[in-house]
Design a protein around this ligand. Sequence first.
Ligand code: GCB
Length: 599
Amino acid sequence: MLYPIATESRVVVDLSGIWKFMIDKEVEHIEVSQPLPTNEVVAVPASFNDQALSKEIREHNGYIWYEKEFKVATALRNERLVLRFGSATHEAWVYLNGKEITHHKGGFTPFEVEINDFLADGANRLTVRLSNLLDYTTLPVGNYSEEKDENGRTIRKVDENFDFFNYAGLHRPVKIYTTPRDYIEDIVIVPEVDLASKKADVKIAVKTAGTFDEVRVTILDEDGNQVAQASGNDLNIPIENVKLWQPLNAHLYTAKVEGIKSGESIDVYEEAFGVRKVEVKSGKFLINGQHFYFKGFGKHEDTFVQGRGLNEAYNVLDINLMKDMGANSFRTSHYPYSEEMMRLCDREGIVVIDETPAVGLFHGFGFDLSGKNAAATWSELKTKEAHEQVITELIDRDKNHACVVMWSIANEPASHIEGAYEYFEPLFNLARELDPQNRPCTLVNILMATPKEDKTSDLVDVIALNRYYGWYLQNGDLEAAEKETRKELLEWQEKYPDKPIMYTEYGADTVAGFHSAYGEPFSEEYQEDYYRMNSKVFDEIPNFVGEQLWNFADFQTKFGIMRVQGNKKGVFTRSREPKMVVRYLKDRWTNIPHFGYKK
Ligand code: GCB
């Protein structure tokens, strides 16, 4: 699905701003042909939860209503008009002037609908009913329950089966964009590069709707110079002396696609792309033929007030903080991030592991880590359909991004439980079939899924581990933790000598400003000692190709006795002040080259 941009033939109207808002208490029927009976307002894009200063709103589980009035300029009325949501969390029913025009389930991917037939002259009323409910059929997975109160009202409850606050709302921009009636619908770009001769063959497939005499593709370099031009819907365009997209040194080409009729350019779209080669070979992860070493983070889309809503200033700041530390990558834990962030990473050369919202695939996940209910996971959870949908939508959205080097099919499923292989095999097949660029695929492994217990490692291209030796296990005893870390990593190395191994999470909760002469857990000293211990072991393991720590910044979670105002494993606070450990990590990472660290 193409991102909405303004071009010579397209106009974008942003509906961000202040919308009318109300939570649905389910006591009276809401009549969508009428304006919402509320005077409350909410800002879009953002989560609604932290805007209202109301516990009832913040912790509401169920349905939520949004409404916005807009007008469409007469000059645009003969164009094809498309209403597009960057995301709506987690399920949306959309009404225009009282008529349902679309519905979408899944809170982290875009969807759109043509609105010409539903527009009124003058003011239009856009009403959106959202649900933030999660259960055993959704991704993420929620523990859902409901009961009636004394007045017969349904009280719904979602206990997150994961460790982040269930923020919801219109998290990403809502836009109307125009296209001509004959238009460019999709573009698939697959750059194949011969590194020795510096020659690329860029396969470009253009899907159009309506009729054109010609589809013309012009490749421009970063300075806007024409590099190549060809006509057709299925092209293979050679580029000589190609400039590669490299981590932190991104070169982006632009494919300018024109739909032409009677010699006139009717529709124009511009898609940026990078030329780079990603491979997994002999226990190494290669970008452009060189052994890449991942340095970076698991993150969240999580900021004060906006919650999980798009916050572009924070996105820019976060990438600058990463670059300053010598980091080169992050994982979109635990859901697809905004398209704006993906475009920024393309531009900045940040390497991304792109994750689906498949988190919580662990029956009865709790903070006690006993995993005692996990055995029922693959019989109790009914997420297959949602999982196929999110893989399809994610790959469709992100297929052309140079920054994406690997898909993460899930975070910490109960992959040590019988049934996991059977659940995941078709999903890995699906991802591999759908991705035109054939990127590696992984699944992020939970600590119980040791080399002996895990059922899914044969499916993954990279062994991606979340490990907490020294935190959830051997807390406060880094000597014992070091032994366990080494022991397990050596076991993986021995069992899968051809697969690269990386940590996609490791961390220790740390209260900013808490110091301890004894390096006690929760102190800034302990966090630093913990990372030093891990680094030492990583450097001993030949196939260890990357360290993405948990977490970039402190973030909001569900309530629980293990969380004080959220998860404190950030190396930055939620407002991005560095904890002490950042100096150590910066020193380590600026001394580790992006390439060739592990020979
Ligand atoms: C994990 C999860 C992550 C949690 C983290 C923690 O393994 O993947 O969502 O936040 O542990 O801090 O417990």
